[in-house]
Design a protein around this ligand. Structure first.
Ligand SMILES: O=P(O)(O)OC[C@H]1O[C@H](OP(=O)(O)OP(=O)(O)O)[C@H](O)[C@@H]1O
Ligand SMILES: O=c1[nH]c(=O)c2nc[nH]c2[nH]1
Ligand SMILES: [Mg+2]
Length: 159
């Protein structure tokens, strides 16, 4: 198991819900969208929230493996979506290096690509996002974490 980057950005379920709704508000001024392609697995929860807000019932998945915990591995596409993405919305939780977004965009070039979080390297690949996070920060999603004791910052600094 590789270690997480030093800087982390933990996200609670409430924050995620709020930010996914903020994304839906922005997207509600665009479209309308025929359906949503959720990029698994991280895009599944945001896609469910956006689908509920925009009353979209047609949901498909683009299934991609890119990271093994914190390290980027070989990109593997397990499943795509038919068509060129015209009038479709792609939803993922975040763009980091942009490698996943690039691969999905090649599959569905006409779709609108939306994420909740964007790091600078991936930002140009996204049409709509809510929050920018610095490149050296790891976003910790609520499904990947649980509450536990953590050292005060001063003690962490002194080794
Ligand atoms: O911009 P990139 O550097 O390509 O990184 C972004 C992608 O990495 C994560 O997926 P991951 O491969 O970890 O799979 P998961 O969604 O199943 O957690 C995240 O959900 C994005 O899909
Ligand atoms: O949970 C995650 N947090 C991140 O910051 C990230 N970047 C790529 N893949 C990621 N997964
Ligand atoms: Mg993902």
């Amino acid at each position: 198991m590789s270690a997480p980057p030093d800087k982390s950005f933990p996200v609670t379920w409430e924050e995620l819900h709020r930010n996914a709704k903020a994304l839906a508000w922005r997207l509600s001024e665009m479209g309308p969208f025929t359906g949503i392609a959720a990029v698994t697995r991280g895009g599944l929860v945001p896609a469910a929230i956006v689908a509920r807000e925009l009353d979209i019932r047609l949901i498909d998945t683009v299934c991609i493996i890119s990271y093994d915990e914190f390290s980027q591995g070989q990109l593997k596409v397990l499943k795509g979506v038919a068509g060129d993405g015209h009038d479709w919305l792609i939803v993922d939780d975040l763009v980091d290096t942009g490698r996943t977004a690039r691969a999905v965009r090649e599959m569905l070039p006409k779709a609108h690509f939306a994420t909740i979080y964007a790091k600078p390297a991936g930002k140009p690949l996204v049409d709509t996002y809510v929050t920018e996070v610095s490149q050296d920060t790891w976003i910790l999603f609520p499904w990947d974490i649980e509450p536990q004791f953590i050292q005060p910052i001063a003690k962490r600094r002194n080794g």
